[in-house]
Design a binder for this molecule. Structure first.
Ligand code: ZN
Length: 244
């Protein structure tokens, strides 16, 4: 039987998310609830001790979902460091929307600034699927259409992604690499741009589908022993000793 995926949904706070009085973390946790692939489902917020990310919670989390906007600087460096180490050991990270400027995303991508072009114009966003044969796009059509979205655009100064999963077009003319994957150590990272706090985009089934798919994709993979470093004996001599 496949191991269930333990998910923690992190959100900075509920108070400043206009369209989501219950908090974006609650909405995301609610649509993940009941998913047969998911085991323990937790939420965590900035104002909790350790921002809700105690060593025990991090150790028991397979995939961490991150939503932040106004309080990136309030996240303690020590917690960011603990999250970074856990990702390198294999925990998946899904960074949503304005989380592009979070400390943890910048740390994992190895840069001090992550900026993009943006404006609040309530424009149509068309999120084009670039990788059709990919676990993150299972069940989607050619594109997802978001009737009113916050406009994000290039230039987005991320390092070149490992995979470009989505590109968004906005009716004002901008385009954005809106779905990107990165691997760091044993951890898989997915950035997904839609999710502004003034429109209930997280109620949209295709958006929920992307996040559900991404949880499965980002979960740690079981792998057998991996060798590196100094090996005085060659694989050939070990084979001969044991098998011939
Ligand atoms: Zn926003």
């Amino acid at each position: 039987m496949l191991k269930k995926i333990n998910v923690t949904v992190w959100n900075e706070a509920a108070g400043n998310q206009a369209a989501y009085p219950e908090g974006i973390h609650t909405v995301i946790a609610n649509f993940l609830k009941g998913n047969e692939a998911i085991g323990i489902l937790r939420t965590a917020t900035l104002n909790q001790p350790y921002h809700g990310l105690t060593p025990e919670v991090l150790e028991d989390t397979d995939v961490l979902i991150w939503w932040g906007h106004s309080f990136h600087d309030k996240v303690e460096d020590e917690i960011v460091e603990q999250v970074r180490r856990r990702i390198l050991k294999g925990m998946g990270l899904i960074v949503l929307h304005s989380g592009h400027a979070s400390k943890i995303f910048k740390t994992m991508l190895g840069t001090d600034t992550l900026q993009l072009r943006w404006r609040e114009a309530d424009e149509l966003e068309r999120v084009w699927v670039i990788e059709h044969n990919h676990p993150i796009t299972v069940g989607l059509g050619e594109y997802i259409e978001i009737p009113k979205s916050e406009t994000y655009g290039e230039f987005f100064n991320i390092p070149v992604p490992d995979e470009l999963i989505f590109i968004s077009w906005f009716e004002g003319g901008e385009v954005l690499r809106s779905g990107c994957t990165f691997k760091r150590g044993n951890g898989k990272i997915f950035y997904f741009a839609p999710g502004h706090e003034t429109h209930r985009i997280y109620d949209m089934p295709p958006i929920q589908q992307v996040i559900k798919n991404a949880v499965k994709w980002a979960a740690p993979t079981e792998y057998s022993h991996v060798s590196s470093g100094h090996h005085p004996e060659s694989p050939e001599s070990i084979y001969k000793k044991n098998c011939v």
